[in-house]
Design a protein around this ligand. Structure first.
Ligand code: PGA
Length: 253
């Protein structure tokens, strides 16, 4: 399976800053042949970056979408609108959407179904809080998020999953190799429970304080197919170093 490294820029970078970033990373990406790279800038930079990415083997991702195709939904953006500016991927169910904006599993499910129907690949995010982990409820939470978020879905071929423990996001404190191993194996079991053998082919990314100095060791964990990177995706040097580590390990496989 080709690894995936996605950069989630969150609410960072104006169009001009995004353009400077892509100009800088353009040349460096040309030598990345064994890893799929996804840039997820804010909505306002999507179109500008698409033109600039040109023929580069990189994908464009949005950070959210609505489940309806149009209508009276102030402040929302539809799958069709994203497709029309060249977006390939959409992050759904990110912990900041779940916990700060109170997005329930039911909405996330509708978004996943609508993204797939409209031809966008969802990066469907799941993960437990520190309280849930301390209470020994990690698997229960992941099970619930997966079963509700993917409810009604029969084909998993265009799906990407991201396991992101909430306590590791933006804290500088990544989950350790054992924690990641256990969670990813559990997620893969859940996915095969839903999709059969196809579930094994769904990339499961890890996210939460991935940095240049831990990417190599974390990518070697069985069941990790790549990363969803927040803070460290904002600097070209850091992001390309993470992509490089994954690509080099993959080349050696
Ligand atoms: P982080 O964020 O890399 O800054 O921890 C990851 C994410 O939110 O996807």
């Amino acid at each position: 399976m080709r690894p995936v490294v996605a950069g989630n820029w969150k609410m960072n970078k104006t169009l001009e800053e995004a353009r400077v970033y892509v100009e800088k990373i353009h040349k460096l990406l040309l030598k990345i042949r064994d890893t799929d790279v996804i840039f997820c800038p804010p909505f306002t930079a999507l179109f500008g970056i698409k033109e600039q990415l040109g023929e580069l083997p990189a994908f464009l991702g949005a950070q959210n979408c609505h489940w309806e195709s149009s209508g009276a939904w102030t402040g929302e953006v539809s799958v069709e609108m994203l497709k029309a500016v060249g977006v390939d991927v959409v992050i759904l169910g990110h912990s900041e959407r779940r916990h700060i904006f109170n997005e329930p599993d039911e909405w996330i499910n509708k978004k996943v179904l609508s993204a797939l129907k409209g031809g966008l690949k969802p990066v469907f995010c799941i993960g437990e809080t520190i309280e849930e982990r301390k209470q020994g409820r990690t698997n229960e939470i992941l099970h619930h998020q997966i079963q509700t978020g993917l409810g009604g879905l029969e084909d998993g071929s265009d799906l990407i999953l991201a396991y992101e423990p909430v306590w590791a996001i933006g804290t500088g404190l990544n989950a350790d190799q054992d924690q990641i191993h256990d969670a990813h194996q559990f997620v893969l079991e859940e996915l095969t429970g839903i999709f059969g053998q196809q579930g094994r082919d769904i990339p499961v990314l890890y996210g939460g304080s991935v940095k240049p100095d831990n990417a190599g060791e974390l990518f070697k964990v069985d069941g990790v197919s790549g990363f969803l990177v927040g803070g460290a995706s904002l600097k070209v040097e850091d992001f390309i170093s993470i992509v490089d580590s994954v690509n080099e390990i993959q080349k050696g496989v």
